[in-house]
Design a protein around this ligand. Structure first.
Ligand code: SF4
Length: 445
């Protein structure tokens, strides 16, 4: 067996998976491997998978199926991520040419797995339910030099009935605050301008470790004090754990962006209960009201599932009403698809596909209307934009406001990685178009 020299990691799914890819790439580079240009030429090929949606899983299964042992150019092929946790060694029966399966809680063991797979030529897997806390975050290999994601808590204890995450990522485990502060300090020193704190439910941070005396808002105050910290974001939240302390932190901390992902999922109390979201729509609305009173300029994002088992047209209308009432600036809307291993899988998926797609389209149209009205209100105002890169045309610059709105404007390439004030004059589809502001009159959203 030749010694592997290159690797390629194909990443599916959420930002947490992207971060895990960066951590694994860091481990591989520490071993002296270099990134391959593509899947075909890599000695070690890893699929870092996602199980949230059926489509993401089917894509990986299709790719793995095409890679029979006979056609294989690679020393090793491995599967990591949520699909590894959900399917474990059953993947070997389906794909005999697969060399290793490594769960989300064991990515620290990547090097050992590779050695074992190389030298024993046996298929090996490790998918433990409990997260290993000694993960080497600091050697994550990041390609983006302006924005970085930092993991603060892993797993989820909420058990929404449609979601595989509590089964694939395990229970909540917070990362020690000192380790997070140290990583963020290093990133700021390296010139990073924006840090996104990641977790399935960041608002639960610290609850599993009361002796730390550091809840999510306490952590934010500590991070905001890092000299040179420009922007902090966080993803994602459960409405139940959004506290007044957190709202006040958003209001008071200069680096904390005024954008909150506040997933409602459905507008009907019966469906929310069936989803086990542990709040009613009235409690949700109250919290949004409190947040808007505390941080008047805040922007809200949401996730919504349409066509959940037994959802009626009237209940779907309640979701439409919630959208109209809250007026989110961003909504990720999905048609329900059942996921193996979840409680909802036991219920009949009884909303016909065409009804789901029709509801999905109607909700997308409604959100589009709301977003356009919001963009209209932004015309003529000036916003702080973090310049991230050249636009696809190679001539204009592209960046995001503090509230995560995409902006394109004319400017010199040297502005990439800086914060600029941009006056919005128009928009095209979901992107705001603007010009560098001459006057400093600034809106934050
Ligand atoms: S809060 Fe619910 S939807 Fe979010 S990760 Fe946990 S179980 Fe899944």
């Amino acid at each position: 067996m030749r010694e592997p020299k290159t690797y390629f990691i194909r990443t599916y799914g959420c930002q947490m998976n992207e971060l895990d890819t960066e951590i694994m790439a860091g481990q591989l580079q520490k071993r002296g491997l270099t990134p391959a240009l593509d899947e075909e030429t890599a000695d070690i090929l890893i699929f870092n998978t996602c199980s949230i949606r059926d489509l993401a899983e089917r894509k990986v299964m299709g790719k793995l199926g095409k890679m029979g042992r006979g056609k294989k150019q690679h020393c090793l092929i491995g599967v990591t991520g949520c699909m590894a946790m959900a399917k474990k060694d059953a993947l070997f029966r389906k794909f005999p040419h697969l060399d290793f399966v490594l769960g989300t809680n064991n990515i620290t063991d990547l090097g050992t797995m590779i050695d074992e797979a190389l030298y024993t030529r046996r298929q090996i897997f490790k998918t433990e339910d409990k997260f290993e806390e000694n993960l080497d975050y600091l050697s994550a290999k990041r390609d983006n030099k302006i924005k970085a994601s930092v993991s603060i808590i892993r797993g989820c204890d909420k058990f929404c009935t449609y979601c595989v995450v509590p089964y694939t990522r395990g229970q909540e485990v917070s990362r020690p605050p000192e380790s997070i502060v140290e990583e963020c300090r290093r990133l700021v020193d390296q010139g990073y301008k924006e840090i996104t704190l990641l977790g399935q439910n960041v608002n639960s941070y610290g609850k599993d470790q009361p002796e730390w005396n550091c809840l999510f808002h306490d952590l934010l105050y500590r991070l905001d004090r890092i000299p040179g910290m420009e922007r902090i974001r966080f993803m994602t939240s459960h409405p139940v754990d959004i506290t007044l302390d957190l709202m006040q932190a958003i209001r008071d901390l200069p680096s904390l962006c005024e954008f909150v992902h506040f997933p409602i999922q459905a507008g009907s109390n019966r469906i929310l209960k069936k989803m086990h979201r542990i709040y009613t729509k009235e409690q949700y609305f109250e919290k949004v009201e409190l947040l808007r009173q505390t941080v008047p300029d805040v922007s809200l994002g949401t996730d919504i599932i349409v066509g959940f088992p037994t959802e009626t047209e009237e209940e779907f209308q309640e979701t439409c009403d919630a959208l109209k009432q809250i007026r989110y600036s961003l909504a990720f809307i999905f048609a329900y698809s059942s996921r193996k291993g979840t409680p909802a899988m036991r219920w009949k998926d009884d909303v016909p596909e065409e009804v789901k797609l029709d509801r999905l389209q109607r909700l997308l149209d409604l959100q589009n209307e709301i977003s356009n009205e919001e963009r209209q209100l932004m015309l003529g105002n000036t916003y702080e934009v973090l310049v991230e890169r050249l636009n696809r045309d190679g001539r204009q610059l592209k960046g995001r406001t503090r509230c995560w709105k995409k902006v394109i404007f004319e400017g010199d390439e040297s502005l990439i990685g800086t914060l600029q004030k941009v006056k919005v004059h128009s928009y095209s589809h979901q992107t705001l178009l603007g010009e560098l502001a001459k006057t400093p009159h600034l809106k934050v959203v």
